[in-house]
Design a binder for this molecule. Structure first.
Ligand SMILES: Nc1nc2c(ncn2[C@@H]2O[C@H](COP(=O)(O)OP(=O)(O)OP(=O)(O)O)[C@@H](O)[C@H]2O)c(=O)[nH]1
Ligand SMILES: [Mg+2]
Length: 249
């Protein structure tokens, strides 16, 4: 990433009432789960992916943004999210956008083969998912952006240059002092060249309005998506997962 700090997109439109954005996000409902890219349905509505290291807080962030306790499966155990989970958004049951919760990377206890498989799935997803409109990279500011995050930034850079929206979200901000938070934010802004960086806390609901407004804006300003290939073959049914995700008790 280059080191420019200027955001690729304007700041969230202040005219969009946060309440409207929250109401829209609250419509989120489970759409599908896919262990591999080929099982994802081709869609023409904008999709926003939540990516980052294991335990960064992706699933919790989706639950907080949608004001739903157990939409995405959050857990103290890293590696809880094993498949790409899609959630539809839109009033009156009409889907106008999709959120994607992706499995985290960088969890040491995962066998090497599984790690490599997942890295392939994720890089393919980020490079080829046609309706991908935005990427939210979640990062625990106590760790900062790690080498794996940098690899991810490299993967999406060409698409960011073509208009893919991008946000670095520093999660668990409640664990930092104000000075630490400001320092982490400055560093992340430098690293997120071409994108924005924001502080977020699911616990304290910090950054919630801003992120909700930003996602709304990404979706409302998305260009019309037409799929490159008219795919008339139905999406294959994924095999039953060996160990299905279950909400934490
Ligand atoms: N203090 C604090 N804890 C948080 C916050 N967000 C998430 N957590 C905790 O961090 C842990 C991991 O959260 P998840 O949302 O499951 O993380 P994930 O990124 O989805 O993890 P994987 O699915 O393994 O990739 C859980 O114990 C959460 O309660 C936050 O804003 N503040
Ligand atoms: Mg998760």
């Amino acid at each position: 990433m280059n080191t420019t700090t200027s955001p690729a997109t304007p700041v969230a439109n202040p005219d969009v009432d946060a309440k409207i954005a929250h109401g829209w996000l609250h419509t989120a409902r489970f759409l599908t789960t896919a262990p591999q890219l080929q099982f994802l349905p081709p869609l023409t509505v904008p999709e926003i992916a939540f990516v980052g290291r294991s335990n960064a807080g992706k699933s919790t962030c989706i639950n907080t943004l949608t004001q739903q306790k157990r939409l995405a499966f959050a857990s103290k155990t890293p590696g809880r999210t094993q498949s790409i989970n899609l959630f539809s958004l839109g009033k009156q049951g009409v889907t106008d956008a999709v959120l994607a919760d992706l499995p985290g990377y960088g969890y040491a206890a995962v066998p090497k083969e599984a790690k490599l498989r997942w890295q392939r799935v994720m890089s393919n997803y980020l490079m080829t998912r046609e309706n991908l409109r935005g990427v939210v990279l979640l990062c625990d500011p106590r760790l900062g952006l790690t080498e794996l995050d940098e690899i991810l930034l490299d993967i999406i850079r060409p698409r960011v240059e073509e208009g893919l929206q991008f946000l670095v979200l520093l999660t668990k901000a409640d664990k930092l002092t104000r000075a630490e938070a400001n320092k982490a934010l400055s560093i992340a802004r430098l690293q997120a060249g071409g994108g924005e960086a924001k502080l977020f806390s699911a616990l304290k609901k910090q950054g919630l309005d801003e992120v909700a407004q930003l996602l709304w804006r990404w979706v409302r300003t998305a260009p019309t998506i037409t799929l490159a290939q008219a795919d008339e073959t139905p999406t294959p049914t994924p095999p039953e997962p060996a160990e299905p995700d279950t909400p934490p008790t």
